[in-house]
Design a protein around this ligand. Structure first.
Ligand code: UD1
Ligand code: CA
Length: 465
C-alpha cells in the first residue's frame, strides 16, 4: 500500500481567466488542466487523491474526474470560500490517512511524476517535515520567491505581492507549487496559518517559514518548464505549447518521425515509424499505426489510422477509421462513421459520412458519399453525389463489388446497385440496379449542324440592345 496521498487544489476562482468555465476545466492539449496533476498522483501510486473544489464547481469537476479516472480513489472536498491555498489545503487534509501527503495545484499541468518522486525521496532521506519544488527562472514575476539565509537554507516563500525591496524582487528562484510533507507536520502547520499578507489570504506557502523555524525544509530545484502555472489565457497558451512540445519529444524518442511543428494531444498514441508532417493536429482518442503518413496540415479527431495508411495534405478525419494501404486526400473530409478498408482510396475534395469503402474501392475526385456501403474494387467517378437526405430522413445506398459508377452520376437513396454493374456517366440512379446491368439515364444529345454561328450572332445582337 502506498504511504502517499495527494491533495490537488482546484477551488480558486480563476478570475484572471475571465471565463464562465472553472479554470481547471479549461482544456490544454486536449485534457482539462486538472487531469494533469491528478494523473501525476495516479502514476506515483497515490493511495487517494483529494481534490479541493469550490461549491460552484463541485458537480462539474466531480463528473469530469469520475469519467477520466474510473479506477482511482478520488474524493472531492469543498472549500466554501476561496480564502487562499492554505485554507484549501486545510479543507482537503482531513481526507488523507497516509503518513505523507503531496500537494499539487490544479493549474500547473507540466509537473511530472519524476519531480515529485524526487521530493519524496529527499523528504525520507533527510527526515525533514517538508520538501517542495522550485526552479530558477528568467522572469519570476507573479510567482512566490524562495528566500534563503546566508548559509543557503530555505527560510520562507514570499509571494510576489508581499515582496519587500529590490533584493527580494531580484530573487529568481521561484516556488513551483508542488510539495511533499509529513502529514502530521502538515496538519500542525496548516492550523497555525494566519492571513497576514497583502491579499488577506491563508497562504499554503507560509507553512515553509513555519516548519523551517525548527527543522530543515528542502527546496529541490527542477526544470523551469515544469512549473508553468495557468492563471490567464496567455499562460494557458504557453502551457499548451509546452505540453505539445513535450509530446513531440516523447514520440520522437519512440521512433516517430516528426517534421516541424505538430500539435498532438496528450491522449493520442502514435507508433514507431509513423511520419507526422508540419502542422498536423491529432486530437482526442486517436491512434496512428506504424508506418502511417499524416501529411501537412491534417486534422484528425477520435480516429484510428492503421499502420501504413496515408493521409495526404490538409485532410480532416473525424471519428473514422482508415486501414493500411488506404489513402485520403489531399483536401478531403472523412466525417463521423467513415471507414476506408485496406487499399481503399478517397482522392482530392471528397467528402464521406457514415460510409464504408471496402477493400480497393476508389473515389478519386470530387465526390460526396453519405450513408453508403461501397463494395470491393468499386470505382466512383469524379463528381458523383450520393443524395442521402430528403430533407427529413437519411437513406442508405449500397454498391456491390466491381461496379463502375460513371462521373457526374447521382445515386438517389435509398438505392441498391448490384455487383459488377455499370452506371453510365451522368446518370441519375433513382431505382435499384441489378448485378451485371448497365444503368443509363440521361437525355439524349442532339447536334444542330452549323447552328453555333447563327446562335452566337443572335446572342450578340440581343446583348447590344
Ligand atoms: C501559487 C503560489 C506561488 C507559486 C505559484 C505557482 C500560494 C499562496 N502561492 O500562486 O508561491 O509560485 O502558485 O504556480 O500558494 N486555490 C484554491 N483555493 C483558494 C485559492 C487557490 O483551491 O482559495 C487553488 C487554485 O484553484 C489553483 C491553485 O490553488 O489551482 C493555486 O492558486 P493560485 O491563486 O493560482 O495561486 P498563484 O497566485 O498562482
Ligand atoms: Ca496559479
Amino acid at each position: 500500500m502506498s504511504e502517499l496521498s495527494a491533495i490537488v487544489l482546484a477551488a480558486g476562482q480563476g478570475k484572471r481567466m475571465q471565463s464562465a468555465l472553472p479554470k481547471v476545466l479549461h482544456l490544454a492539449a486536449g485534457r482539462p488542466l486538472l487531469c494533469y496533476p491528478v494523473r501525476v498522483a495516479e502514476r506515483l501510486g497515490a493511495r487517494r487523491v483529494v481534490v479541493v473544489v469550490s461549491p460552484e464547481s463541485e458537480a462539474a469537476i466531480g463528473e469530469m474526474l469520475a469519467r477520466a479516472f474510473p479506477g482511482l480513489d478520488i474524493v472531492t472536498r469543498v472549500q466554501r470560500e476561496a480564502r487562499g491555498t492554505g485554507d484549501a489545503a486545510s479543507a482537503g487534509v482531513g481526507a488523507v490517512d497516509t503518513p505523507r501527503t503531496m500537494i499539487l495545484y490544479g493549474d500547473t499541468p507540466l509537473v511530472r511524476p519524476a519531480d515529485i518522486a524526487e521530493l519524496d525521496e529527499a523528504l525520507r532521506a533527510d527526515d525533514c517535515p517538508l520538501a517542495f519544488l522550485s526552479a530558477i527562472v528568467s522572469d519570476p514575476r507573479g510567482y512566490g520567491r524562495v528566500l534563503r539565509d546566508a548559509s543557503g537554507r530555505v527560510t520562507t516563500i514570499r509571494e510576489h505581492r508581499d515582496l519587500v525591496g529590490p533584493a527580494e524582487h531580484a530573487v529568481n528562484e521561484v516556488n513551483a507549487g508542488v510539495y511533499v510533507a509529513d502529514t502530521a507536520e502538515l496538519v500542525g502547520a496548516l492550523e497555525r496559518l494566519s492571513p497576514e499578507n497583502a491579499q488577506r489570504e491563508y497562504y499554503l506557502t507560509d507553512i515553509v517559514a513555519d516548519l523551517a523555524r525548527e527543522r530543515r525544509v528542502i527546496a529541490v530545484q527542477g526544470d523551469p518548464d515544469a512549473l508553468v502555472g495557468v492563471n490567464d489565457r496567455a499562460q494557458l497558451r504557453r502551457a499548451e505549447q509546452l505540453l505539445w512540445a513535450r509530446k513531440a519529444t516523447e514520440l520522437g524518442q519512440r521512433g516517430v518521425t516528426i517534421r516541424g511543428e505538430v500539435y498532438v494531444d496528450d491522449s493520442v498514441s502514435v507508433e514507431a515509424d509513423a511520419v507526422l508532417e508540419p502542422g498536423v493536429r491529432l486530437r482526442g482518442n486517436t491512434s496512428v499505426g506504424s508506418g502511417a503518413l499524416i501529411d501537412v496540415g491534417c486534422v484528425v479527431t477520435d480516429s484510428k489510422i492503421h499502420a501504413k495508411a496515408e493521409l495526404l495534405p490538409y485532410s480532416v478525419v473525424t471519428q473514422s477509421e482508415v486501414f493500411g494501404g488506404a489513402h485520403v486526400g489531399p483536401f478531403s473530409h472523412l466525417r463521423p462513421g467513415s471507414t476506408l478498408e485496406m487499399g481503399a482510396k478517397v482522392g482530392g475534395f471528397v467528402e464521406t459520412k457514415n460510409t464504408r469503402l471496402r477493400p480497393g474501392a476508389k473515389a478519386n475526385h470530387l465526390a460526396y458519399l453519405g450513408d453508403a456501403d461501397i463494395g470491393e474494387r468499386v470505382n466512383v467517378g469524379a463528381g458523383v453525389i450520393v443524395c442521402n437526405y430528403d430533407g427529413f430522413r437519411k437513406h442508405r445506398t449500397t454498391v456491390g463489388a466491381d461496379t463502375f459508377i460513371g462521373s457526374d452520376s447521382q445515386l438517389i437513396a435509398p438505392v441498391t446497385i448490384g455487383k459488377n454493374a455499370y452506371v453510365a456517366t451522368a446518370t441519375s440512379v433513382t431505382h435499384d440496379v441489378p448485378d451485371d446491368a448497365l444503368a443509363i439515364g440521361r437525355t439524349r444529345q442532339q447536334n444542330k449542324l452549323g447552328y453555333a454561328t447563327t446562335l452566337k450572332e443572335r446572342l450578340g445582337q440581343a446583348a447590344k440592345k
